[in-house]
Design a protein around this ligand. Structure first.
Ligand code: SF4
Length: 223
């Protein structure tokens, strides 16, 4: 095997540019995102997946998701009434057993929220803090705001044909009475709570807080 001749790094119209800095390809500047560069440098093969985008798979339901964000104020009101009703039913859930009601409640929750918000059943719902835009639909599943790759038109870095979940979250939050909750820092998602009912969890937590407040109040005081 012969040695490969060493090529000059670059040339100019006036001859070899021996001391010139390395040439940066035009694609590495401007609007090219990190995801595009990673795709371009990925090893090439004959296998081209038909559709690996979860967003595209659910594109038909995407218009419903956008409707929910546009009507975030209405849904905020509806959810508050719904949460109150669930809390009122706490004695019933407790009598039956939260464990026993979980399966039917989860069945309904998954379908209703799946249709309305494209819910991924993370079990720790923060829709009321994110303008009714589910952060688990972010390809990076970010729960505290957008990444640095949002495109100039507000679309996602990874899914260029879809608006950034967090851009829509901000828009939705501006319509809500408690929209500033979007500024709250969220805990990292607890993956062990996936596929569990956020409705029941929030209800049980609210009931426990209510009972704690009652037991802490002085005797004779009424709510
Ligand atoms: S935040 Fe979690 S529970 Fe709420 S809609 Fe999104 S995936 Fe579902």
């Amino acid at each position: 095997m012969s040695d490969t001749p060493i090529q000059p790094a670059s040339t100019t119209a006036t001859g070899p540019a021996t001391d010139a800095p390395p040439v940066i390809p035009p694609t590495a500047t401007g609007t090219t995102t990190q995801a595009t560069m990673v795709k371009k440098t990925a090893p090439k093969s004959d296998y081209k997946p038909a559709d690996v985008s979860p967003q595209r798979r659910v594109q038909r339901s995407y218009s419903v998701r956008l409707w929910s964000i546009r009507h975030s104020r209405l849904l905020e009101w509806v959810y508050a009434r719904f949460a109150d009703t669930f809390l009122t039913l706490h004695p019933l859930w407790k009598a039956i057993g939260y464990g026993r009601v979980e399966a039917p409640v989860k069945f309904v929750e998954k379908r209703v929220k799946g249709f309305m918000f494209d819910c991924r059943m993370c079990g720790q719902c923060i829709l009321s803090s994110t303008g009714m835009s589910c952060p688990m639909n972010c390809p990076k599943q970010l729960r505290n705001g957008p990444c640095g790759g949002v495109r100039a038109n507000g679309n996602c870095e990874v899914e260029p044909d879809i608006p950034c979940v967090w851009v829509k979250a901000w828009e939705g939050s501006r319509n809500m009475v408690k929209g500033d909750a979007i500024l709250n820092v969220q805990n990292p998602v607890d993956q062990s709570l996936r596929e569990t009912s956020a409705w029941l969890r929030v209800t049980a937590q609210a009931a426990a807080a209510r009972e704690q407040a009652r037991s802490a109040s002085p005797p004779g005081a009424t709510a």
